[in-house]
Design a protein around this ligand. Structure first.
Ligand SMILES: Cc1cc2nc3c(=O)[nH]c(=O)nc-3n(C[C@H](O)[C@H](O)[C@H](O)COP(=O)(O)OP(=O)(O)OC[C@H]3O[C@@H](n4cnc5c(N)ncnc54)[C@H](O)[C@@H]3O)c2cc1C
Length: 434
């Protein structure tokens, strides 16, 4: 059996198959595993293609890491929920979850949130009560902006709380983002256990979190990992997959998990009549970018918190790279599309550098910087998107579809990718057709 695509979805599928004793080959077009969550090198620094953060609620991802022998404590810093944001005028909003059971911890955090007026906090709390009484569901999908307006959320709360959360989680602007998917994220994060809302910040590059230990695990378990091998076609006969065309030739396979991004998936599926409508539904998905700006200072800098929200600026979240053993380096994330995408890199570096100088006037001037733009970072989580997302099963026997864009109910996230890969592996193993 073959898994095509070595992002976190494909890695999860291949690791699960290998763990269950199946003979699996993982094919990846690039020279390394990881896909949209991978290590990149910048001079002497080992960075990521984009700053990532995980949540305590990422149960599939965390369980997979444990299964392949990765100790969470060595690679992630686990922090109880704390959201601190600084407004354009320098004032701060600070929300901290106390050690109470979920979802009381969220209610208490909102009630005691510093930097929001009492009336605003009460409105936010009322929305939490509504979420609880509705079982964290949205009957008819509409935009997060409309949903917040319908629940009387004041601009003060939207700006400091809901908007930064929505953009970070859905990578889609409020006026377009799906309220249904946003509420799914809130349910996953806040309803069950307090630790689900923990923030897990990488202490190593992304390659060390999953891709590299997973490759070693797959090989140890008897599987193969083939890098630099691109899938160029699917061979289908009598409604069954029979193999893959690759840059290294034809590979026979009667069971395949296709774990590629949306665009190459649609291209491969679109050449077969029975998969044409599936390919067409993939072409309906739009994408949103994520831009990460790394700045290096001549000496260590201290933002005072591992992660700081920046409101009313181009940069959205600032991360302290001392966590990854890189004092003097910070990363600034800008999710979703916006005017920053039409700035060239030197202008964007200057803009973000100037913004940080305003927030931290005592910091030295940065001396080098790097911009990483992932133009198709995630699918756009827009209103109604869940109706367009494909299932894992396809009309072709022996062919399953994995990836963050499949029907996981989650936005484009590591957890969505991993859970889709695991699900495909389980469906494949349960398939008893000869
Ligand atoms: C900058 C950035 C920041 C993000 N931040 C977060 C975050 O903080 N938290 C979070 O949970 N998620 C975050 N995400 C989303 C997360 O990274 C993705 O949801 C996840 O990595 C998607 O994994 P995937 O396996 O579905 O797809 P991909 O990672 O796209 O994997 C597909 C793989 O297929 C390979 N491939 C493509 N074509 C072929 C072919 N023809 N043959 C063989 N191989 C092929 C690709 O090289 C790639 O390795 C972020 C994404 C980006 C880009």
């Amino acid at each position: 059996m073959v898994v095509a695509g070595g992002g976190w979805a494909g890695i999860a599928a291949a690791a699960e198959l290998a763990a269950r004793g199946a003979s699996v080959t993982l094919l990846e077009a690039a020279g390394q595993l990881g896909g949209r969550a991978r290590r990149v090198d910048w001079g002497d620094l080992s960075l990521d293609n984009g700053q990532h953060i995980l949540l305590g609620a990422y149960q599939h991802t965390l369980a997979l890491m444990a299964r392949i022998g990765v100790d969470e404590r060595n690679i992630l810093l686990r922090l109880p929920l704390r959201l601190e944001v600084v407004r354009a005028d320098g004032s701060r909003v600070d929300l901290r979850a106390p050690a109470l059971p979920a979802p009381l911890h969220l209610a208490w955090a909102i009630l005691r949130c510093r930097g929001l007026r009492p009336a605003a906090r009460l409105r936010a709390l009322r929305l939490c009560v509504h979420l609880l009484s509705s079982g964290f569901t949205v009957s008819e999908d509409h935009s997060v902006a409309d949903w917040l307006a319908a629940h009387g959320q004041p601009p003060e709360v939207n700006e400091a709380l809901w908007e930064p959360l929505c953009i970070a989680a859905l990578n889609t602007p409020l006026r377009e983002a799906s309220a249904r998917v946003f509420v799914n994220v809130l349910r996953l994060t806040f309803l069950r256990r307090r630790t689900d809302s923990d923030l897990l910040l990488p202490r190593r590059n992304l390659g060390d979190l999953l891709p590299e230990p997973a490759a070693a695990f797959i090989k140890r378990s008897g599987g193969r990992v083939q890098l630099g091998q691109r899938v160029t076609g699917l061979q289908i006969r009598n409604g069954r997959i029979t193999g893959l065309d690759t840059t290294d030739g034809f590979l026979k396979a009667d069971r395949v998990v296709l774990a590629l991004p949306v665009v190459p998936s649609a291209r491969l599926l679109g050449t077969h009549g029975s998969l044409a409508s599936l390919a067409a539904s993939l072409r309906d998905l739009r994408h949103e970018p994520v831009c990460t700006v790394y700045l290096r200072f001549p000496s260590a800098v201290d933002p005072g918190t591992p992660m700081l929200g920046l409101i009313g600026r181009t940069g959205q979240w600032l991360f302290d790279r001392r966590l990854t053993g890189q004092p003097g380096v910070v990363s600034v994330v800008i999710s979703a599309s916006g005017p920053h995408m039409s700035l060239d890199n030197p202008s964007l570096l200057k803009r973000v550098g100037d913004e940080l100088a305003e927030v931290f006037p005592h910091w030295p001037t940065w001396d080098s910087g790097w911009v990483l733009r992932e133009k198709r970072a995630t699918f756009a989580c827009s209103v109604g998107v869940d109706d367009k997302r494909p299932d894992h099963e396809t009309p072709v026997q022996g062919l399953w579809l994995a990836g963050d864009f499949t029907s996981t109910g989650l936005p484009g996230t590591l957890e969505g990718a991993v859970s889709s890969g695991l699900q495909c592996a389980r469906m494949l193993l349960a398939d008893s057709t000869p």
